[in-house]
Ligand binder design. Sequence first.
Ligand code: NAI
Ligand code: X15
Length: 342
Amino acid sequence: MTVVNVAINGFGTIGKRVAEAVTRQPDMRLIGVSKTRPDYSAVVATRILGYNLYVPADKIEEFEKAGIKVAGTIEEMIEKADVIVDATPGGKGAEYKKLYVEKGKPAIFQGGEKADVADISFSTLCNYEEALGKRYIRVVSCNTTGLLRALCTLRKAFGLKWVRATIVRRAADPKEVKRGPVNAIVPDPAKLPSHHGVDVKTVVPDLDIMTAAVVVPTTLMHVHVVYAKLARSATREEVIRVFEEAPRIILVDASLGLKSTADLVELARDLGRRRYDIPELVIWRESITVNGDEIVWIQAVHQESIVVPENIDAIRAIFKLAKKAEDTIRVTDETLGLKKFL
Ligand SMILES: NC(=O)C1=CN([C@@H]2O[C@H](COP(=O)(O)OP(=O)(O)OC[C@H]3O[C@@H](n4cnc5c(N)ncnc54)[C@H](O)[C@@H]3O)[C@@H](O)[C@H]2O)C=CC1
Ligand SMILES: O=C(OP(=O)(O)O)[C@H](O)COP(=O)(O)O
């Protein structure tokens, strides 16, 4: 079996999760992660997780003084890798792309980068086959990934005429202390549309979609209220069956006490999910309302983990390790324990 050597550049919220997911794949090897500061997560990466740590050339001494073992420079990490997953803050990936190109390495970028950083914007359930053999792939943002999981599932089953959605965005990730709001709801942006619908169209260009977003003072998850017109009439039972049978989507029942994002996170904790991650798109079953060809539902997106499976699939797409979406989904979802939930 081909084993691909993967490097993670940017070991933050997304990078640490993708790194761990890579270590669980039979066809991938994690060769190292990068850090720019010798903080607690550098200690965890090296001493607890046993990862090789690569740092900027002018910071080696600083890390070593802090007692953190360094395997080499970020440039050396890139040279050793077959592919780089770039999970640096939005905009930095485009700067790093020059280095990846110079070293002749393919790379995966995240949703904080502009679409033109890559050859293709990507979401497994929508366009895995189109991404096969591409050198630069952008995994779209968490909200866009959440929207696309549901929309491509419905499109395949019924066809879609149009979509309108309101995105209620969490203000910051739990670890972030310098961001707000703490007591306000902020249109994001005030001038519509929000970037999410525009971003969906980077993956599904012919879809008529418009989104608006507001930021609210919470860190747990995002919530979307989605309205769509199907290409044909359907029954509520049909729609529920399609969502239930789709990979990476789970339906939950408010009647069971799962009434809010707080309840979902508590359930993930009770189930012993690592970091209380919920990489599945969560749809509230009771919210699914079907009236002929019109449908409405409410869904929740765990921003810190939803894009992790798609990053793993994007690696497989670059090296054609799986020819079909269903083949990569089978391995990724089994190794990451998706849908073993309720
Ligand atoms: N946090 C989230 O909810 C989601 C984030 N994304 C996207 O993923 C990307 C990364 O976001 P996060 O993981 O949240 O950011 P983060 O801030 O948690 O992590 C970024 C990491 O990159 C490191 N870094 C900064 N400059 C660097 C450099 N020059 N070289 C190497 N490493 C450097 C930082 O120290 C940090 O550890 C962004 O494009 C973001 O838009 C996508 C989906 C969800
Ligand atoms: O990709 C995300 O959101 P998005 O889908 O609204 O762009 C992540 O939640 C990161 O959002 P942030 O830019 O508020 O850190």
